[in-house]
Design a protein around this ligand. Structure first.
Ligand code: NAD
Ligand code: IPM
Ligand code: MN
Length: 355
């Protein structure tokens, strides 16, 4: 294709600041391959909800669906605002999109670039991929509360795990592991306590493993996995895990690979029935919003994943290389604005040969 038809949901807080840079970089990288970026902006987010009362309806979904991919900044407003209580926008917009567009793969690479600063004493060579389930688990909203607000309240949050949903995710994870040099896959769960779901995840991993004899498979309880992520992260290659464990592990993965400002992700519908959605792992960061303090690299690397997912592999490689080069060129302690970082990365695009 010679155009990329992109939906942009800049969102709230630092979302608009970081997506502005990601769009700049994506546009420039695609132009080097004679691909034109056509963008359509959507206003969804907490701010839009407070102004209009609208979150995301079926018409919005239909409109978003017409695009090749979605670039999302971040959503979420002031956590103390009672009008936003209960994650109304997170659930009504972000999770609604992941569910409606069947983004069952939440792909979150964790790579320690040579010049990024890890807080670990001995980080080693960190380069793993978290394949997080995106449409099931406790995120589906299957639960309820009775005797609400009383001392006798019972609040249930049911984790939904289907054999269909787990198997397609696990197979995707094995395929990813097969394409990587180390060919290792680790299932992370809590099957010593969450036995019903845990046993099913393990059984499905064992079954799918038979189709991939070249891959070395192991298992870790999620609590132990957090120890290894801090003490020996280079042991990981591909981690496959459920929606909630994956959420928590990927903030930790970000922290050990240079910080949340560098962590990219993709909400993928591998079949391409629906557009995939790319977003930084981080949120709207209300504490630094509007100050040009956010690092746009996570959003920019998410745009690289986006380009790669649509077959623009040269542009994707160029963006990643430019981010790498920018990290190497950054002096420690030098303050830059969000836009200055974006500009620096654009400037490095041409210098880097496409891989
Ligand atoms: P957060 O990721 O927004 O912020 C956590 C910490 O990381 C803050 O100190 C923040 O300043 C810092 N940080 C985040 N991104 C950064 C960047 N690019 N550069 C530098 N520092 C950065 O997490 P939170 O505070 O738990 O959540 C804030 C809001 O965002 C909530 O409403 C939450 O629901 C929402 N959220 C949205 C998404 C999303 O849209 N995908 C993801 C996570 C959280
Ligand atoms: C993320 C976020 C979301 C999640 C929230 C905002 C619903 O934390 O993308 O990691 O938990 O998936
Ligand atoms: Mn998260």
């Amino acid at each position: 294709t010679h155009t990329l038809n992109l939906a942009v949901i800049a969102g709230d807080g630092i979302g608009p600041e970081v997506t502005a840079e990601a769009r700049k970089v994506l546009r420039a990288a695609l132009a080097l391959d004679q691909v034109e970026l056509v963008e359509h902006e959507y206003p969804f987010g907490a701010g839009h909800y407070l102004e209009t009362g609208r979150i995301l309806d079926d018409e919005d979904l239909e409109s978003l669906r017409q695009h090749d991919a979605i670039l999302l900044g971040a959503i979420g407003g002031d956590p103390s605002d009672p009008r936003l209580a209960g994650g109304i926008v997170e659930r009504g917009m972000l999770l609604k999109l992941r569910f409606a567009f069947d983004h069952y793969v939440n792909l979150r690479p964790a790579t320690l670039y040579p010049s990024a600063e890890s807080p670990l004493a001995k980080p080693g060579n960190i380069d793993f991929l978290v394949v997080r389930e995106g449409t099931e688990g406790p995120y589906v909203g299957n639960g309820g509360s009775i005797r609400t607000g009383t001392p006798h309240e019972i609040a249930n949050e049911t984790s939904v795990n289907t054999a269909f949903g787990v198997e397609r995710l696990v197979r995707f994870a094995f395929e990813q592991a097969g394409a990587r040099p180390r060919k290792r896959l680790t299932l992370v769960h809590k099957k010593n306590v969450l036995v019903h779901a845990g046993n099913m995840w393990q059984r499905i991993v064992n079954e799918v493993a038979k189709e991939f004899p070249e891959i070395t498979v192991d298992y870790l309880h999620v609590d132990a996995a957090t120890i290894f992520l801090v003490k020996d992260p280079s042991r990981f290659d591909v981690i496959v895990t459920d929606n909630l464990f994956g959420d928590i592990l990927t903030d930790l993965a970000a922290a050990i690979t240079g910080g949340i400002g560098l962590a990219a992700s993709g909400n993928i519908n591998p079949e391409g029935t629906f557009p995939s959605m790319f977003e930084p792992v981080h949120g709207s960061a209300p504490d630094i919003a509007g100050q040009q303090k956010a690092d746009p690299t996570a959003a920019i690397l998410s745009a690289a994943l986006l380009a790669g997912s649509l077959g623009h592999t040269a542009a994707a490689a160029r963006i990643e290389a430019a981010c790498r080069a920018d990290l190497a060129a950054r002096g420690s302690g030098i303050e830059r604005t969000t836009a200055e970082t974006g500009d620096a990365i654009v400037a490095l695009l041409d210098a880097e040969p496409a891989a």
